[in-house]
Design a protein around this ligand. Structure first.
Ligand code: DC
Length: 223
């Protein structure tokens, strides 16, 4: 798909477990727009680094490694240099590792142009932490999706239980709080709402209510 600097973009930023992933994919389906899951890119960098035994805090070998990654998204499937990483990038451990590599400015820089290239007609739904603040600051529809850490831990707990995995709610809450602190506290592109973002606290909302609110914001920005 060719890059189109005029294609409309809705950015959906927020902490892990806020429902961003589910909502972004629902919005993309509803609008018939492309989807950028930017968290998947940081997850791919983390998994690839671990496979090549590169320290997650060692910026220059990580940046060199990124230039050799051939990434292909096909629906939910993710192939990197011919290897299917679809499952391994989704684990909690990979999420924590992704949050570490994401704190390095060189790593963020190295995937910036790849992220921008997802802007294609008829439009893009961009899911992440800094979509509205750094990657697509010119978007006219910015959402910051939040929920209490307890609600997010509870949702994640149910998701993992449904998959038949044994999990501990207290451990999940701790992991979520730790990842939040790192994502919000880092020096570059910290997780925060853009000044012109619509902040939605989904703690007490259903998915349908959040979806409706986001669709209304897209209509307002791109009418
Ligand atoms: O959304 P996610 O859980 O897949 O993201 C994994 C990690 O990647 C997250 O903890 C922080 C980082 N990330 C980021 O720094 N910037 C983004 N735009 C997306 C993700």
């Amino acid at each position: 798909m060719p890059y189109d600097p005029h294609a409309p973009i809705v950015t959906i930023d927020g902490p892990g477990g806020s429902g961003k992933g589910t909502l972004s994919s629902l919005v993309a389906t509803k609008l018939g727009w492309h989807l950028l899951d930017s968290g998947a890119l940081y997850r791919i960098v983390a998994v690839s680094a671990q496979a090549q035994v590169i320290d997650l805090n060692d910026e220059s070998p990580l940046v060199a490694m990124i230039s050799d990654l051939q990434i292909a998204f096909t629906g939910d499937k993710v192939d990197v240099n011919g290897n299917n990483l679809s499952d391994i990038i989704r684990t909690e451990e990979t999420g924590a590792a992704a949050s570490k590599v994401a704190a390095l400015p060189g790593v963020r820089d190295a995937i910036l142009s790849l992220q921008k290239s997802f802007q294609c007609a008829p439009g893009l739904v961009a899911d992440g932490r800094d979509m509205g603040t750094v990657v697509f600051p010119h978007s006219k529809a910015k959402i910051f999706l939040d929920a209490s850490a307890e609600a997010r831990a509870d949702r994640r707990y149910k998701q993992l239980k449904n998959k038949g995995l044994s999990v501990n709610l207290r451990d999940l809450l701790e992991q979520i709080q730790e990842r939040d602190a790192r994502d919000r506290g880092r020096a570059v592109a910290p997780l925060k709402p853009a000044a012109d973002a619509l902040i939605i606290d989904s703690t007490q909302m259903t998915i349908e209510e959040v979806l409706e609110t986001i669709m209304a914001e897209v209509a307002r920005g791109y009418r």
